[in-house]
Design a protein around this ligand. Structure first.
Ligand code: SAM
Length: 268
């Protein structure tokens, strides 16, 4: 499996990502990922493709002052926001293909909602295992397949219809690791032993359907790729296709299904 999408954004979009996407969607998954990985007091934890750092911040509370947390991401804009929020944590610019850490540096390596953007996913998982100690854990969270998403399925179908192939490529990439069996096969192919899997039905909670559309566009690379007319059409379309998930006050609670997988690093 390969992708040409790597979710690169400007500092402005990274601020939008932190202000809108993180509270609406990603904050819910970070404690689940920490739990499936068994993160606890005193551990050294790496957050791969950390974005603006929600997993790192969540994990920092769990490992406490005797632990250590580092976040690595390709994108300087994301890291600028991460650093602004938690200057005390260790933020590094880097590619998952060649993580800037020695072998066996961490007890746990986590990756939330990013595996689908890596061009070589098995190599990325091997690299995460390399920087973890034998007996340590590599754990992932990814969105489940689009055909299992009651709200995002119709939303993405509508948005792809209204936009060009570049937008469609990003909107399709989010779901590329969403088959749980195939995901476990990837983890096994990287030499890890799958120890636990969960499928969780989360909630993408927004002030309105239009807010979901605005966040999906302005907090992602889409903002650079679509015309003002296409953006207006997506906002209008969102009100239509997401109506079943909107309450009488206009608030949206859109179901978002995802998979979490934990793998143990083998002795080497
Ligand atoms: C959807 S965001 C997820 C960020 C964060 N994990 C969270 O839960 O909010 C995807 C992130 O993957 C990063 N990314 C994509 N390809 C990468 C690579 N090859 N190495 C490191 N980071 C990468 C992007 O820069 C972006 O910050």
């Amino acid at each position: 499996m390969t992708t040409t999408e790597d979710f690169q954004v400007s500092v402005k979009a990274a601020e939008q990502y932190e202000a809108r996407f993180v509270p609406a969607i990603f904050a819910e998954w970070a404690p689940l990922l920490a739990s499936i990985a068994g993160v606890g007091t005193g551990q050294a934890v790496l957050d791969v493709a950390c974005g603006t750092g929600i997993v790192s911040r969540t994990v920092a509370e769990r490992v406490g002052p005797t632990g250590r947390v580092a976040g690595v991401d390709l994108n300087d804009g994301m890291l600028a926001v991460a650093r602004r929020l938690r200057p005390d944590l260790d933020w590094r610019q880097g590619d998952v293909a060649a993580l800037p850490f020695d072998d066996r540096t961490f007890d746990t390596a986590l990756c939330q909602m990013a595996l689908m953007f890596f061009p070589d996913r098995v190599a990325a998982l091997r690299e995460m295992a390399r920087v973890a100690r034998p007996g340590g854990v590599v754990a992932l969270a990814v969105p489940a397949a689009l055909n299992t998403q009651p709200a995002y399925g119709p939303f993405v179908e509508m948005a792809v219809r209204l936009t060009g192939p570049e937008a469609a490529s990003l909107l399709g990439a989010y779901w590329a690791c969403g088959d749980l069996d195939a995901l476990c096969d990837l983890v096994t192919s990287a030499g890890l032993e799958v120890t636990d899997t969960w499928t969780h039905l989360g909630t993408a909670a927004f002030d309105s359907a239009v807010h979901l559309a605005a966040t999906e566009v302005e907090g992602s690379p889409l903002v650079e790729r679509i015309t003002a007319d296409a953006y207006a059409a997506i906002r209008a379309g969102a009100e239509d296709v997401l109506r079943p998930f909107v309450d009488p006050t206009g608030r949206l609670d859109a179901p978002l299904r995802g998979h979490l997988v934990a793998g143990r690093v083998r002795a080497r």
